[in-house]
Design a protein around this ligand. Sequence first.
Ligand code: MN
Length: 131
Amino acid sequence: MNASVLVIEDTPANMKLVTMLLRREGYAVLQAEEASTGIALARAHRPDLILMDIQLPGMDGLDATRLLKADPVTGAIPVLALTAFAMKGDEDRIRAAGCDGYVSKPIQYQSFLDNVRRFLQPRAAMEVHHG
Ligand code: MN
């Protein structure tokens, strides 16, 4: 079965681009435009990776990540932040909230996909290693 990625992003152009890139690579994509919907989808489907926009209407991506990471159902799912700001202090805030990494917007196709792969492959590699 293809790896699944949940994208939580409120800007339609970003959602469209990210979804297109992921689907072209064969990933199954789930979409949410706000944190509460995204959290519900994450609990219901347990995707292999979550791409989390930081600036969302209502609950922001950092609070949403804290909730996901504190929940035993979703806590082990890697969360990659999608952020337009990647200053040093912002990276610290993103890490402190529990995000496993971040992707800077505007999206650079190749580094974006490299990042996604990096978070999806280690698990498969480990399974091979430990039989
Ligand atoms: Mn946003």
